[in-house]
Design a binder for this molecule. Sequence first.
Ligand SMILES: Nc1nc2c(ncn2[C@@H]2O[C@H](COP(=O)(O)OP(=O)(O)OP(=O)(O)O)[C@@H](O)[C@H]2O)c(=O)[nH]1
Ligand SMILES: [Mg+2]
Length: 446
Amino acid sequence: MLDSFRSSLQKLFNKIRGLPYIDEKLLNDILMEFQRTLIDADVSVMLASEITNRIREKILKTKIPEGIPLNNIVLQALYEELVSLMGKKSHRLNVRPGKQNIIMLVGLQGSGKTTTAAKLANYLKKRGYKVILVCADTYRPGAYDQLKQLSEDIGVPFFGDKNEKNPVKIVKKALKQFKKADVLIVDTAGRHKEEKGLIDEMKKLAKVLHPDETILVIDGLIGQRAYDQAKAFSEAAPVGAIIVTKLDGSARGGGALAASAATGAPIKFIGTGEKISDLEPYVPEYFVARLLGMPDPNLLKEIVESTPKAILSGKFTLRDLLAYYESVGGGQGFLSRIKDTLKLKGITDKMIETSMKRQLAILKSMTAQELDDPSLFKDRKRIERVAFGSGANPIEVKRLLVQFEKIRKLVRTLMRSRKLSKEAALRKIMEGKVDLTEIKGLRRIR
Ligand SMILES: Nc1nc2c(ncn2[C@@H]2O[C@H](COP(=O)(O)OP(=O)(O)OP(=O)(O)O)[C@@H](O)[C@H]2O)c(=O)[nH]1
Ligand SMILES: [Mg+2]
């Protein structure tokens, strides 16, 4: 379903997730790519740019809690806009037990009315409803046989009259004959000598049938034009719901979906193939989640919104430093970059390597409380204990604490100025990717 839309969206979301940080330029790049993806899926250029502008404003307006990576905020904003583009909420079919419900399907020729009538009949039958399929298309030769065949395939009673040219007479008969049925699904004509004739016929049928649900069937391949089509039909008969068909494997179904969702009549089902079973209730959240490659929107929400407590607190502790040292294992290049970053003059790589190993040993000798709260080291005895436990000199322990304090301030500055997570900030600092002169307040910490 919507294959290329899906793969572009997934690529974009994965990219956002993997970015170490997002600044304004990157945000613009992301939004441009998102806009292109929407346009490729046949969402109108105007709507696509409206959406990206809204996202940009939303993100720039968000007061981002310290330490929450901007990536998550961006992901969440994109996700929310996608859901809203695709129709926000899900809507149930207006069918109630204990009465004769009428569903009338309307739409242009070839949109998939007859196929959808059978799919819907099968769907309702499986849910215990007594369904009748009614052929009110007297215009197209073969319409009668097509629906009759489909109804036999799914084992649902069929009603029609090959010799009757007036569809109003047919539906009147059907209404009378199937008083005890739960649902009458009426398939109508899609072509006429002229469009006005078709619309008039819809009006006449609606007057007799009083449908509980007039469903407009829209071909998912027509893109943005879906909007005008839906408008034209809803002016003729009160269209209560939309089914968008042919959303299987197409790149450009996004436009029809977005346009349909914008008409005011909710999309209730989508057709995703030619088989009878290729009909799905439409739930925008699930639909978007699936587009993004997540089978479950709750899972997606979790990923988008998940922010560990530690990040929320924004506190950078010795534990973060330990985790980082452990994760990089102290490569050679990394060591000299640390030297540069921290402006340690007259020190060779060899010396740093030895000292790094010591530092790791020192950090590992600390208790959990000490790792979380370096102020505990005001107590000299703790320093001595850690030195002893790690085979280091107490001066080395103190030096580590001084260095940690420098790194901590840098991390905090980067988190604020660049909206980075503390992990991303630390990584940038350690990898020497920070132009220290760029950062305000640096003089204070040098
Ligand atoms: N791939 C795909 N094909 C579909 C889908 N729904 C309908 N079709 C195909 O679209 C073509 C037209 O479907 P119909 O159900 O006959 O369309 P209709 O609106 O009844 O057409 P008219 O009666 O001529 O107005 C058929 O070949 C169907 O198999 C769908 O969801 N996916
Ligand atoms: Mg038909």
